[in-house]
Structure formats: structure tokens, C-alpha cells
Design a protein. Structure first.
Length: 165
């Protein structure tokens, strides 16, 4: 923590020194009668810590997501939902496993339940990211005994599982 503060203080000092140097140059040029140079904002050099935090190039799967975001202006065709129901998924079978595996087992139980009741393969079940915090709400070792969800099946057989409202 203290190292981060000293680094940020050093960066501020470097920026201030660069700004002062630019001001001195501009004053010297005005005194000499030369036209004023364009102002360039001082950018501090990235510290070693900042260089470490830089992320590696995005994977192909991440690039697809970015491409979809760029196409946000284009409208996606609305999917027609064939089935939409609210279910209470029993997760008590997760308690038959060891404590450290219960959260993973609970997540797979949600997927299996959705596939079974929507009559579709597990590959086509899409679980919303907001389900995970519900499973982990009491910690990884104690998932809830039941989970209330809304399941929607579209005309292609893809099932979306979201928390019930």
C-alpha cells in the first residue's frame, strides 16, 4: 500500500516537472520572438507495476464478444420463445457430495434440471451469470436447498435460465 502511494507521488512529481519545463520553453520562445509551439500534454511513463497489469492480447472468443458489441447498432432478430415457466429447482442432492464440491454440483444440477424439463440437450442450456451469486450466497460449501428460476426455451431449442423475479 505504501509502495503504491510513493509510486503515485513520484508520477505526480514527474508530470508537474514536465509541465513546468514546457512552460519555461514556451516563455523562452516568446522572448526570442519565435511562434509558440503546440502544447502537448505530459504523460507519465508507465511504472513497472502498470506494465505488469497490462493484459495479454484478447483470445479469439473475447474478440467475438467485442465484435458483437460493435455491431450493437444492428438489431438482432428477436427470438421467439416457445416455452416460459417458473421452476423451483431442488439442490438438496448437492449435499450428498463433499463440502468442497457442492457449489459445482449445484450448478450442474441447475443445468441438468433445465435440460430435463425443457426436453433439450445440456449443451443448449444457457445459465445466466446472475445464477452463480445465488448459488454462492451462503458460501461455496452451503448452496441453497432450492432455487427459484425462470426458464425460457426458444424455437431453436436454446434454454435460458434466469433467477425468477
Amino acid at each position: 500500500m505504501a509502495a503504491e502511494k510513493t509510486e503515485s507521488i513520484e508520477l505526480k512529481r514527474q508530470v508537474e516537472e514536465q509541465i513546468k519545463q514546457e512552460e519555461r520553453r514556451a516563455e523562452a520562445q516568446q522572448a526570442a520572438g519565435q511562434p509558440e509551439a503546440k502544447k502537448v500534454e505530459a504523460k507519465p511513463e508507465p511504472s513497472k507495476k502498470d506494465q505488469k497489469e497490462e493484459k495479454p492480447p484478447a483470445k479469439a472468443s473475447d474478440q467475438k464478444g467485442n465484435a458483437e458489441e460493435k455491431k450493437a447498432g444492428e438489431k438482432k432478430p428477436d427470438r421467439k420463445f416457445v416455452l416460459e415457466r417458473i421452476y423451483v429447482i431442488p439442490l438438496s442432492k448437492a449435499y450428498e457430495k463433499s463440502r468442497s464440491h457442492r457449489n459445482r454440483v449445484a450448478a450442474s444440477l441447475v443445468r441438468q434440471f433445465a435440460a430435463r424439463h425443457a426436453k433439450t440437450p445440456e449443451k443448449l442450456v444457457r445459465i445466466s451469470p446472475s445464477i452463480s451469486p445465488l448459488i454462492l450466497s451462503r458460501g461455496a460449501r452451503r448452496p441453497p436447498r432450492r432455487l427459484r428460476v425462470t426458464m425460457r426455451k426458444d424455437d431453436k431449442g436454446v434454454v435460458e435460465v434466469e433467477p425468477a423475479k
